[in-house]
Design a protein around this ligand. Structure first.
Ligand code: SUO
Ligand code: CP
Length: 318
């Protein structure tokens, strides 16, 4: 593994899930990361990703340096060849080459701007990091994907021990327009496992075909929920017209009554969650959301360990 930015960086998804479950049993392994530094750069807010990545790094004996670029950094320029006589103060090329010297793994969080679909789906910011970094780059949620979350979600599902579960992925209402990253990513990871996946959303919330081609879609939420073992819920804004909120239909909120349609289904959400909008308190309080967040530590730790081991192999082979 060179970078960790999507499921395509992983050769065997079930194996990686197994590794995370093994690490969770015995998480402290201080030797592998001793003397190594994890750099974390945030262009957007975070609670779980920031803290679980730090905790994972500490479990491996690493040091951690963090910069909230949006609040504390210089204003970054992303255009090659830009004449920087306006607002931006530092070019991404210089920033990333400098940061690469300070760390052994570089994590980046950069949400979709939701203004320009092409720019977001080309992963303009994350791609600049990959181009200019001289160390492995880990996505801490990018414009279109959130692989550390998806790995933790697969660990959480596997821990329930259900053979070939039915996993229903449902849209739910939200007061703001949100990115498609979490749902895109979950779909590309869950379809690499032995599960039956059904996606449900209102008319107009179709995702990019890239992420839905192997997925059954049923736009009747009640029908989709029948027999579900897991109900993975997320709001996202429209892919077309891009980034727009086109419904606030509260009949899509997940309630106890909706969960009663499932096969004792377990509710899942990446957090943060708008309570009594996405789902009711009663549903969230009995859900897997806290376990998902717990598993973020072991998902990050598995990825950092894999990347550190790959670096050791390169050094030894020289
Ligand atoms: N990292 C987890 C999700 C992050 C982001 N949610 C948010 O921005 C929610 C903010 C709010 O509730 O206003 C998203 O949907 O991609
Ligand atoms: N689920 C998740 O990524 O949470 P944060 O945005 O708080 O990191």
């Amino acid at each position: 593994m060179k970078n960790f930015t999507s499921v395509n960086d992983v050769s065997n998804v079930p194996d990686l899930v197994d590794q995370a479950i093994e690490i969770k049993k015995n998480p402290i392994n201080l030797s592998i990361g001793s003397g190594k530094t994890l750099g974390l750069l945030f262009f957007n807010p975070s609670l779980r990703t920031r803290l679980s990545s730090q905790k994972a790094a500490y479990n491996l004996g690493m040091n951690v340096i963090t910069l909230n670029v949006d609040k504390e950094g210089w204003k970054i320029e992303f255009e090659d060849g830009a004449i920087m006589d306006q607002g931006s103060q530092e070019h991404i090329r210089d920033a990333v080459e400098v940061i690469s010297q300070y760390c052994d793994i570089l994590g980046v969080r950069t949400f979709a701007g939701l203004q320009n679909r092409e720019e977001d789906y080309q992963e303009k910011v994350l791609s600049s990091f990959i181009t200019h970094a001289t160390v492995p780059v880990v996505s801490l949620e990018s414009a279109t994907l959130h692989p550390l979350q998806s790995l933790a979600d697969l660990v959480t599902i596997r821990e329930q021990g259900i053979v070939r579960p039915k996993v229903v992925v449902s849209w739910a209402p939200h007061p703001r327009a949100l990115p498609q990253a979490v749902v895109n990513s979950f779909l590309e990871w869950i379809t690499k496992t032995d599960t039956q996946v059904v996606l449900t959303h209102p008319e107009g919330y179709e995702l990019s075909e890239k992420y839905t081609q192997d997925v059954a879609i049923n736009k009747n939420q009640d029908q989709a929920l029948q027999g579900a073992d897991f109900v993975y819920v997320k709001n996202w804004s429209a892919y077309e017209p891009y980034g727009k909120k086109i419904s606030a239909d509260s009949s899509w909120t997940i309630t106890k009554e909706k969960m009663a349609l499932t096969n004792h289904g377990r509710f899942m959400h990446c957090l943060p969650i708008r309570r009594n909008v996405i789902a009711t308190d009663a549903v969230i309080n009995e859900s897997l959301v806290i376990k998902q967040a717990e598993n973020r530590v072991y998902s990050a730790q598995t990825v950092f360990k894999t990347l550190l081991e790959a670096q050791h192999e390169v050094i030894e082979s020289h």
